[in-house]
Write a protein that binds this ligand. Structure first.
Ligand code: NCD
Length: 311
């Protein structure tokens, strides 16, 4: 595998499982006193974020540094993009400096595929519009597997704005490939207009679904991608679909609550629920670093075992 543009690039269950197995090793590395290995010494990883990001960018940066790669951080807001430089010229300029991988986030679907056609480096999709966000799906799958041993037969509700969510698209692919049953929950206006090819159930009734789930996965209302008002008000959305303390209390014993961040507290989740013991949101963030180490290692690594063990 040269690029990670979509969950499809992993070729189904076995490819996804391989990333999760390698992630186990990097979770172990991350717990060491010095959480750093020489696996990618001499490699350069660049990021190209045309959209805002806190955790995904920092997570990739931490992952690359823990693998001893050199990093090149491109900030769109202070670059020649503001002087009208095209995407292609920007990408070719970065590639000419000699990079091995480019991590890209862009508001338009398909941009990472386009970049992969222009340059020789590996391209990792860190989110393209409403389309895909494969490393988020891998870290979510890893987190669920950590809690339940496997995703096989687990029931996962993805609640909220799946229409605009690249996280939902990648997660549905990864979770179902690993044997989970997925139900998209939300008002009709926030569900994808066509569910053809989506191996999911659909429900408009969160209260009916909640007691049956192992995982309640909440999505942010992605207002920046909405061109029209899709819910009467955020307050009404919260009344029907927000996870508050009373709803969380009706979830089954052992079930977990997830959110990719950034959270809109008071909309899809209340502050008290975000702090519950079974809300694993910061665990997702921590696993994100190890998953991204695994992805960079699998795309760029020589295959030689340089992870080692703690001395
Ligand atoms: C998501 C994203 O940007 O796709 N966040 C993330 O990467 N953790 C989800 C979102 O913006 O709501």
């Amino acid at each position: 595998m040269k690029h990670l543009l979509s969950i499809d690039d992993l070729g189904g269950e076995s490819g996804i499982e391989e990333v999760l197995r390698v992630t186990d090793r990097f979770v172990e590395v991350s717990a060491r006193d010095i959480p750093k290995v020489p696996a990618l010494r001499g490699y350069t990883v660049a990021w190209l974020f045309y959209e805002d990001s806190t955790r995904t960018r920092l997570s990739f940066e931490t992952a690359a540094k823990r693998l001893s790669a050199d990093t090149m951080n491109f900030s769109v807001s202070s670059s020649s993009v503001n002087k009208g430089e095209s995407l292609r010229d920007t990408v070719e300029t970065i590639a000419a400096m000699g990079v091995d991988a480019i991590v890209v986030r862009h508001k338009s679907a398909g941009v990472p595929w386009q970049i992969a056609r222009w340059i020789d480096a590996s391209v990792i999709n860190a989110g393209d519009g409403s389309h895909e966000h494969p490393t988020q799906a891998l870290l979510d799958a890893y987190t669920i597997r950590h809690h339940f041993g496997s995703l096989e037969g687990r029931h996962i509700a993805i609640v909220g704005d799946s229409k605009h969510s690249r996280v939902a698209r990648s997660n549905v692919k990864a979770f179902t490939a690993l044997g989970a049953e997925v139900t998209l929950v939300g008002p009709q206006t926030l569900l994808p207009p066509s569910l053809e090819g989506w191996p999911v159930n659909v429900s408009h009734d969160l209260d009916a679904v909640l007691p049956t789930v192992d995982v309640c996965y909440l999505l942010r209302m992605q207002r920046e991608r909405m061109t029209e008002a899709l819910v009467p008000s955020l307050r009404e959305y919260h009344t029907y679909y927000g996870l508050d303390g009373a709803r969380a209390a009706r979830m089954a014993k052992g079930s977990i609550i997830m959110h990719p961040g950034p959270m809109n507290r008071g909309v899809e989740i209340t502050a008290d629920v975000a702090g519950l013991d079974n809300a694993v949101i910061t665990e997702q963030v921590a696993n994100g670093v190890a998953v991204r180490m695994a992805v960079l290692f699998l795309l760029l690594g020589s295959g030689v075992d340089v992870i080692g063990s703690q001395s």
